[in-house]
Ligand binder design. Structure first.
Ligand SMILES: [Zn+2]
Length: 391
């Protein structure tokens, strides 16, 4: 019997920063180990977490949520009262990606160096993700020591600061590839919101400790690409003895025709496409509305227009944002004064949410004034905008 490598019970996953995590939300300290919480999000998303005996929130058996992610779920759940929720406790969107697709890493668990190296190579040869050994970077993955049970655990996306991929000492190549998948932002394939079109999940064949690992995980639109991928490294096998009810050999999941599948050992084309989609370059282009207002007389040219941006994929097809991004908006006021142009530059940072189609930067104004000799006069000015993607 093949060994199931997923972290089995949430109860046994350790995390060094648990004290800090547990102080995020008073409600957490009242949560009992084994408790399952399903968050129904305002955007239609749904995430199920199970609390382990260290007060950590675990999704899918091997993914430990950060305090920001828990706060995000609390804030965005359907019943949340925004006025009383400590919004300041989270600083990021739920799933934060590695800037530029670069993951800095260290290896504490040197006994697994060989498979860690091979797994990194699997990701680098197939996707745009790059791994660089950390020198002094703030955000990085440490391949560290194992949970007491199960083969590995990870966190979802870039958490900020040190985060761990914990591995057993004889962790397989597949395990490492899978746990890296979580760290770059992937969840288990069987938790897709559209999975019921492709598979049957037979909850009667799943023991209570494992049930939540088969629940749909969905943050809302935007993070789910392609169709259900039976070859994904992020998909559980049809039958896992650890998930069974007293060893009953009936599969936890089947295809619609009743057939089963086994583990994949490499990244599938779907995994590759999904990650490249998350980390693809996003091109920004400016455009202006047709609401072009032009007032003109002999000595004044005044016009206004709306400056906006749109987004384009790697093939320069226009798209809604596949993920949240941060942009820096720069506005420049240029005024003619004392025979000189005086520039005033203002910058602001904006986070644009997933699916954003276009974004309004500001109204550009051109007010050019001339004297009787058609020389520009003091007070003549313009205000213009542009945007740069910073994350
Ligand atoms: Zn996993």
């Amino acid at each position: 019997m093949k060994k199931v490598y997923y972290a089995i019970a949430a109860l046994i996953v350790f995390i060094s920063a648990c004290k800090k995590e547990a102080s995020v939300n008073e409600a957490q300290s009242q949560n009992t180990p084994g408790k399952v919480i399903t968050y129904h999000l305002k955007n239609g998303g749904q995430v199920t977490a199970q609390i382990n005996n260290r007060g950590e929130y675990v999704v899918g058996g091997d993914v430990i949520l950060s305090k920001d992610q828990i706060a995000y779920l609390e804030y965005n759940k359907v019943s949340s009262d925004k006025t009383s929720t400590p919004r300041s406790t989270f600083t990021t969107e739920f799933q934060k990606l590695w800037p530029g697709g670069v993951v800095y890493y260290t290896i504490s668990n040197t006994i697994n160096s060989s498979n860690i190296g091979l797994a990194i190579n699997e990701w680098e040869s197939n996707t745009s993700i790059r791994f660089i050994q950390r020198t002094n970077q703030t955000n990085y993955v440490d391949f560290s020591y194992p949970p007491t049970q199960g083969s590995g655990s990870s966190q979802l996306g870039m958490i900020g600061g040190r985060q761990e991929i914990k591995l057993v000492n004889n962790a397989s190549f597949r395990t490492v590839v899978h746990e890296i998948g979580h760290a770059v932002g992937l969840m288990h394939e069987q938790t897709r919101s559209d999975r019921d079109q492709y598979i049957n999940v037979n909850y009667g064949n799943i023991n209570n400790d494992w049930k939540s690992q088969y629940d749909i995980y969905n943050l809302g639109a935007g993070y789910q690409t392609g169709t259900f991928d039976f070859n994904s490294i992020m998909l559980y096998r049809s039958y896992a003895v650890e998930a069974s009810v007293n060893g009953n050999p009936s599969p936890q999941m089947t295809k619609k025709d009743g057939s089963t599948w086994s583990d994949s050992y490499y990244l599938s084309q779907g995994d590759i496409d999904g990650v490249n989609y998350l980390y693809m370059p996003i091109n920004i282009d400016m455009f202006y509305t047709d609401e072009y207002v032009n007032e003109q007389n002999e000595y004044v040219n005044r016009s206004t227009r709306q400056a906006k941006i749109k987004f384009y994929d790697i093939n320069f097809n226009q798209m809604g944002l596949p993920k949240p991004i941060k942009i820096k908006i720069v506005s420049t006021r240029k005024e003619y004064n004392n025979h000189n142009y005086v520039y005033e530059v203002q910058e602001s940072i904006q986070t644009l949410s997933v699916n954003t189609q276009e974004y309004f930067l500001g109204t550009e104004i051109f007010q050019e004034q001339y004297d009787q000799n058609m020389n520009e006069v003091d007070g003549s000015y313009s205000i213009t905008y542009y945007a740069i993607r910073i994350q």
